[in-house]
Design a protein around this ligand. Structure first.
Ligand code: NDP
Length: 340
């Protein structure tokens, strides 16, 4: 049944895929941005991804900021369900972790309070595998699953991972206090795949960095990875899947080392010179003394995080695309559009 869905953070990389998918299924979308001035930019990004250009008539933009109460009640008016993707996702950790944590946590509370006040029961929240996997690894051969929660005191718990964990916990706490609300949490792994425009988030910056050959050697680190189109599909299917209510659902294809990503990029663009040599961990630790971006990865050097996606397959019926192929496609997109 066509519905009106509020998608927060609609300027984002993942959100634009979600919005296009919702419009293609006949839903109407209220997309939030920090400023309505970004309406035209979002429309141009969405248009090529739409089955019919006229679907844009079912899209409107409203201004919302995670850090302000302004506009939330109005944005919820006439809305049947909310997909909350907005959250700060910086490439480098800020000096003060609250710069990331506060907007994430307060934003979730604002969204759920406004939805509850408007009588909206269905909420799909974008969390992260980072709210699951940042803890000591499960027993040998085992993979992380939805029963795992990130340990906020773990050395690999960056401000960003803490923000996602605390924001997700705030959402579950709110849902417990408001049993009439139906919350689903989607926990995507590291997301790659062609963006809809050049205004893309941090994960694509990582592919851009590899493609630009910015680093002479690659750190030995990696993430479980997933195609953005599967992440969008997970959010959209969750809306109409009663079995998804009250569940957190990991969406990930496979674990990839940085080296795997670099080799996929090299295979996709054989004419480009891509660095595919790994740096010893001590070199990265030394570089981290001078570079904030590098510092973020020191606690996860050499760490392998496998995840299970069986719940996403079972409840949402998802079949995952190959994340390595998605990395190659992303590189080709960045190359074709003259970005890297
Ligand atoms: P983007 O940076 O592209 O999207 C983030 C969105 O959040 C943007 O629309 C941004 O708005 C918005 N936002 C940030 N701070 C605020 C604020 N104070 N008020 C209002 N909006 C704000 O990243 P992604 O698309 O990759 O991420 C989307 C979601 O997915 C996030 O919740 C992220 O944590 C999560 N995620 C992403 C993964 C990935 O690998 N990409 C993996 C797992 C989870 P603006 O355009 O104005 O900056």
């Amino acid at each position: 049944m066509p519905r009106t869905v509020l998608v927060t953070g609609a300027t984002g990389y993942i959100a634009k895929h979600i919005v296009a998918g919702l419009l293609n299924r006949g839903h109407s979308v209220v997309g939030s941005a920090r400023s309505v001035e970004r309406d035209a930019e979002m429309r141009s990004a969405l248009e090529p991804a739409l089955d019919e250009k006229s679907a844009l008539e079912r899209f409107q933009t409203k201004a919302l900021d995670l850090t302000s109460d302004v506009g939330w009640a109005d944005a919820m008016s006439g809305v049947d369900a909310v997909i909350h993707t907005a959250s700060p996702f910086p490439l480098a950790s800020p000096k003060d972790e609250n710069e990331v944590i506060r907007p994430a946590v307060d934003g979730v509370r604002r969204m759920m309070t406004a939805a509850s006040n408007a009588g909206i029961r269905r909420i799909v929240l974008t969390s992260s595998s980072g709210a699951i996997t940042v803890k000591d690894a499960p027993g040998s051969g085992a993979a992380f699953d939805e029963d795992d929660w990130t340990d906020l005191n773990h050395p690999a718990a960056t401000p960003y991972f803490k923000s996602k964990t605390l924001a997700e916990r705030a959402a579950w706490d709110f849902a417990t206090d408001h049993p009439e609300m139906a919350l689903t949490v989607i926990n995507p792994c590291f997301v790659v795949g062609p963006p809809l425009d050049a205004s893309f988030g941090t994960s694509i910056r990582v592919i851009e960095r590899l493609l630009k050959g910015k680093d002479p050697m690659l750190p030995r680190f990696g993430f479980p990875t997933v195609d953005v189109r599967d992440v969008a599909e997970a959010h959209i299917r969750a809306l109409d899947t009663p079995e998804a209510e009250g569940e957190r659902i990991l969406v990930g294809d496979r674990f990839l080392w940085f080296l795997d990503l670099a080799q996929a990029i090299e295979a996709a663009l054989p004419d480009r010179r891509i660095v595919t040599r790994e740096a010893p961990n001590f070199v990265i630790r030394t570089l981290a003394l001078f570079d904030r971006e590098v510092r973020t990865i020191v606690p996860i050097l050499g760490r392998r995080e496998d995840v299970t996606n069986s719940k996403a397959r079972r409840i949402l019926g998802l079949e995952f695309r190959n994340a390595l192929a998605a990395a190659g496609e992303t590189a080709r997109w960045l190359d074709k559009n003259g970005i890297a």
